[in-house]
Design a protein around this ligand. Structure first.
Ligand code: NAD
Length: 302
């Protein structure tokens, strides 16, 4: 595993991080004991960054991750969770709910300290509720040492940039789906984040299932055109003897200027594949062929 020094926590962070949303069954049926084994295997492979949220599986992912990590020394890993999103359409960034959520997350994750707490999917709410209600509570917990860093996440890059412009309280931005085989719009946004003093976490190198043979979950909003391009790329990679998921992970591993890239994993097989693909060199000819397949949907959002 490769590491980058993160000044924020004054320690090396694995360039591949563990996204725990699959531990909540977000991508379909899920066996908790498999998930716990996956977390342990990830630690053995050198992954030391774990991200979760109360929303994932309506608290199930936090509970499973807490169980998995409880047998490990707390200084072996960095732990990130979120506040503000509690359901598909349930958002609450009020001060009272933020306090309650933090306490519940600490309990479920069986810890006294959260290395990062992220305001989850801020594009769905009025920015003022985040700046006036949630952020003062997060800052108070940070002063007490219970939270080490404060972040924000969301899909549209302009929404993240707007809120960062409005508040100087954020240490980290988590952006997803903006650096992968068909979308590289994160690259143009990185200087903005860096100029504002934010550390960046890139998530979803497999485009939330789009770049896997398993395809997308029913909640995914990718257009039929994008899904067809992914199917064509899947067939092309298969003919070349590798999976599209493998090429996608190898491509994501080339990203510089971020703390870590989070991939969602729920099984030991996924951990084994992703940690080995992460270190494997990409075939530039195959990459160019697949990028040509994706040219008609280049930088397409979902
Ligand atoms: P992802 O692109 O990492 O894809 C995850 C999907 O790919 C899951 O179905 C997983 O089972 C599957 N997968 C993983 N490894 C595979 C392999 N080797 N072969 C085939 N399939 C494989 O998407 P994600 O999980 O949404 O993103 C990663 C993490 O980033 C999340 O778990 C979460 O922690 C974080 N995230 C946060 C936000 C937010 O804050 N709004 C949004 C997206 C992601």
């Amino acid at each position: 595993m490769r590491y980058r020094h993160a000044a924020l926590w004054n320690r090396p962070v694995s360039t591949l991080g563990f996204g725990a949303s699959p531990l909540g069954g977000v991508y379909g049926a899920f066996d908790e004991s498999d998930g716990i084994k996956a977390v342990h295997q990830a630690v053995e492979a050198g992954i030391n960054f774990f991200d979760v949220a109360p929303f994932y599986g309506y608290t199930r992912a936090e509970t499973a991750l807490g169980k998995a990590l409880s047998s490990l020394p707390r200084d072996q890993y960095l732990l990130s969770t979120k506040i503000g999103r509690y359901g598909e359409r349930e958002f609450d960034f009020s001060a009272a709910r933020t306090r309650q959520s933090l306490q519940e997350s600490l309990d479920r994750l069986q810890t006294d300290v959260l290395d990062l707490v992220i305001c989850h999917d801020i594009e769905y709410v009025n920015p003022e509720i985040v700046t006036e209600e949630a952020l003062p509570v997060l800052q108070e917990y940070k002063q007490q040492g219970i939270i080490k860093a404060i972040g924000l996440s969301g899909y549209p890059l302009p929404a993240l940039q707007d809120l960062i412009t409005k508040s100087g309280s954020f240490d980290v931005v988590l952006t997803y789906g903006h650096f992968n085989l068909f979308n590289t719009t994160l690259l143009a946004a990185l200087p903005f984040f860096q100029e504002h003093g934010l550390s960046v976490i890139a998530a979803s190198p497999l485009a939330q299932g789009l770049l896997t043979a398993g395809g997308v979950p029913e909640w995914h909003t990718a257009s039929p055109l994008l899904q067809q391009a992914c199917q064509a790329a899947t067939t092309h990679c298969k003919q070349a003897g590798i999976s599209l998921a493998q090429l996608a992970m190898q491509y994501a591993a080339t990203l510089e200027g971020v703390i870590t890239t989070l991939v969602g994993m729920g099984t030991t097989k996924e951990v084994e594949q992703n940690t080995s693909w992460w270190e494997a060199l990409i075939d530039p000819a195959l990459l160019a062929e697949v990028q040509a397949i994706f040219a008609p949907v280049k930088d397409m959002s979902w």
